[in-house]
Design a binder for this molecule. Structure first.
Ligand code: GLC
Length: 490
């Protein structure tokens, strides 16, 4: 099958969050299965060009109709760790992608509406007719709208669209001027509840809603989150739309890139290990302590790695830190927030605990340190408010680090509580708590710390059971392939 991914991120060239890992990992898996896969991305100034191999001009003069004019674009081609990527490079005064960051500008909706339109214009002009166009998140929600309303009449009858929502919190809600810019026009037609009209702000348009309405199939990144999005406030206003389209909507758990995340060969950790050589893991614990100047004592080490934003439960992360220190554990944090006030708060805590030899906060991001933390820690915490899928818990399992997670989204689908899960005892792999408060979190942490001190052999069993799980792209790749076949044959 010939599949084109259209997205605003791809690891490692342009990565803000988990979306980037999914684009890379899923594309790789589909290619390994013998499909032809290409990825179309914006050509950002701020990308990691050192990760692109053989960058060359693929199409010189692409004129994309836009408002009263057309914008001149170049399209580039290059390999990103073996994946075939095209990069759209518009030349206009707006400088859509020549900025310091990927997102966060007042014209974001316009920037990615342009990207969506340019992608289709490129496919039209160069005669690309993929079997499947797979779009992701709000940035590419207009792709199926433009395809079926505007490009199909121009001859693009063949492609079917799969649309994946990674985060319902960001939907691309915007003004109606986008209609004249993209040439969709027809205000009354699009600003309609059956199409792009936002379900809350009736005068606004919603890209994600467009993606859901127009695509042949819609997914989100775990089965549990598919349910939550439809039946709880986690759909962020789109629950009703999902319900209307429920026959073409489902959840598929993300996979983890088992090549990158493999403690047996990971070049970023000093001591390699498997289930059979688990004791080597503790060499990493020592290396981590040495590096962060933590004292060497008989104590479990608990970690948080990831973005520090409200979604991730910042207040509970702080709570976990202090609870660990008060209850005989060490704590390590690696992450930062897009919000300066949150970073400041953590920097303040860092200063307050400066002399504490049981704790280290690293405000920022560092790939190498992340690997060492996953390998060296005994447990990680993920007290998310909501979590469509989550990757850290899967990485932790792979590295024999016990996850302590809140019962939401993908965390429910992947982590099974040692004391309360109804699964077979041999399938338990972590700790799960329900409520988003410190009482619930503390009780899960006290069970985990209690097992570590009181029943080391049982703790080791839990570690091994976690390592036995397989959350690679293998199954997820098959699920997506089945969806592609389903919508191709309809
Ligand atoms: C978003 C979600 C996260 C998910 C990731 C990749 O970042 O918040 O839960 O793992 O997308 O799908």
């Amino acid at each position: 099958m010939y599949i084109i991914m259209v997205a605003s991120e791809c690891a490692p060239v342009s990565k803000v969050g988990g979306l980037a890992d999914v684009i890379y990992g899923l594309s790789r898996e589909l290619e390994v299965r013998g499909n032809e896969v290409e990825i179309i991305l914006p050509k950002y100034d701020c990308m990691r060009y050192d990760h692109i191999f053989g960058l060359e001009l693929a199409y010189q003069d692409l004129w994309v109709p836009w408002g009263a004019n057309a914008i001149h674009c170049s399209v580039w081609f290059g390999f990103v760790n073996g994946r075939k990527c095209f990069f759209i490079d518009p030349h206009s005064d707006e400088n859509f992608f020549n900025r310091d960051n990927y997102y966060g500008y007042p014209d974001d909706a316009i920037r990615f509406a342009f990207f969506s339109k340019a992608t289709l214009e490129f496919m039209l002009k160069i005669n690309k007719r993929p079997d499947i166009i797979h779009c992701h998140d709000w940035q590419t929600g207009l792709v199926p709208v433009l395809l079926f309303e505007m490009y199909k009449p121009q001859g693009m009858h063949h492609p079917r669209v799969c649309y994946t929502v990674h985060n319902f919190r960001y939907q691309g809600i915007t003004g109606t001027n986008i209609l004249s810019l993209t040439h969709l026009n027809q205000l009354d037609y699009y600003q309609h509840n059956d199409r792009l009209q936002d379900n809350v702000h009736f005068t606004a348009l919603n890209f994600m809603k467009g993606g859901i309405v127009y695509s042949n199939f819609v997914t989100t990144v775990s089965p549990k989150h598919a349910w939550e999005a439809q039946h709880t406030e986690q759909g962020q206003g789109l629950g009703e739309t999902l319900h209307i389209h429920k026959d073409k909507f489902g959840g598929i758990l993300n996979g983890l890139d088992y090549e990158v995340w493999n403690p047996e060969i990971d070049p970023l950790i000093p001591h390699h290990y498997t289930i059979e050589t688990l004791d080597n893991k503790y060499g990493n614990k020592k290396a981590l302590r040495d590096r962060l100047l933590l004292r060497e004592e008989y104590k479990p080490l608990i970690a948080y790695v990831g973005r520090l934003d409200v979604q991730k439960g910042v207040h509970l992360i702080q709570n976990a830190l202090f609870y660990s220190l008060q209850n005989g554990a060490q704590f390590v944090l690696l992450g930062s927030s897009p919000e300066e006030s949150i970073n400041k708060e953590f920097l303040r805590i860092k200063q307050e605990l400066n002399d504490n030899e049981d704790c280290h906060l690293e405000i920022g991001f560092n790939e190498e340190l992340a690997h060492l933390i996953y390998a060296g820690a005994d447990m990680i915490i993920m007290p998310s408010m909501y979590e469509p899928c989550g990757l850290a818990q899967m990485i932790a399992l792979r590295y024999g680090t016990v996850p302590i997670v809140r019962a939401v989204g993908g965390l429910i689908d992947t982590i099974f509580d040692r004391d309360h899960s109804s699964k077979a005892i041999t399938a338990h792999n972590g700790y799960v708590f329900q409520e988003a408060d410190h009482i619930a979190l503390n009780s899960a942490m006290s069970r985990a710390i209690g097992l570590w001190y009181g029943y080391p052999n049982e703790f080791r069993k839990l570690v091994i059971q976690g390592m036995q799980y397989n959350y690679s792209w293998q199954q997820s790749g098959q699920h997506y392939f089945n969806i592609y076949e389903l919508i191709r044959n309809k």
